[in-house]
Design a protein. Structure first.
Length: 170
């Protein structure tokens, strides 16, 4: 179930770690629901193997496969719509900011889509690394360009160039 709510309760946050093929994931829990995640190159702690397997299912097959309940507080209705659509981008595929804007019924809102991607509180569940510029340039990524490249390479892409000139090639 995906609930993208606007607020979060005052319950205490829990943290669980999982190691995947591209690095580590920190998953923040509250009341049995995922409320945040961070992708990391390195992490100190013990990996939860069961969580890792569930995350791998989400990563490869979409949100319906992992059985997670998700709440993403503080998002606008536009951000919730964009993130729901981002979750439908299949493993190994990418979509441009402009195409994603058109897919949510807001042609011309590519920059606004980019802002949603930049502030994505659940990058594992809403794979914003799969959103790139129309010309194949990578665009930004909260975890840094190196992590975005590693995620895309994990999904079968190759990246040519560095910095602002980095582009996807298949």
């Amino acid at each position: 179930m995906i609930k993208l709510l606007k607020t979060i309760t005052d319950e205490r946050l829990g943290l669980r770690l999982a190691r995947l093929g591209f690095g580590w994931v920190e998953v923040f829990w509250q009341g049995g629901k995922v409320v945040g995640s961070q992708l990391r190159s390195r992490c100190n702690g013990e990996s939860d193997r069961r969580l890792g397997k569930r995350i791998e299912q989400v990563w490869r097959h979409g949100l319906k496969r992992g059985g997670f309940q998700i709440e993403a507080p503080g998002l606008s209705s536009f951000a919730r719509i964009v993130l729901r659509r981002t979750a439908m981008i299949p493993f190994g595929e990418v979509m441009s900011y402009g195409k994603l804007a058109r897919a949510v019924g807001k042609p011309g809102a590519a920059r606004a889509v980019g802002q949603v991607m930049a502030h994505n509180p659940l990058p594992l569940f809403f794979p914003c690394h799969r959103v790139v510029a129309h010309n194949g340039r990578l665009g930004g990524f909260t975890g840094g360009q190196g992590l975005k490249i590693r995620l895309l390479e994990f999904e079968g892409w190759q990246v040519k160039g560095r910095g602002k000139n980095a582009r996807l090639i298949k």
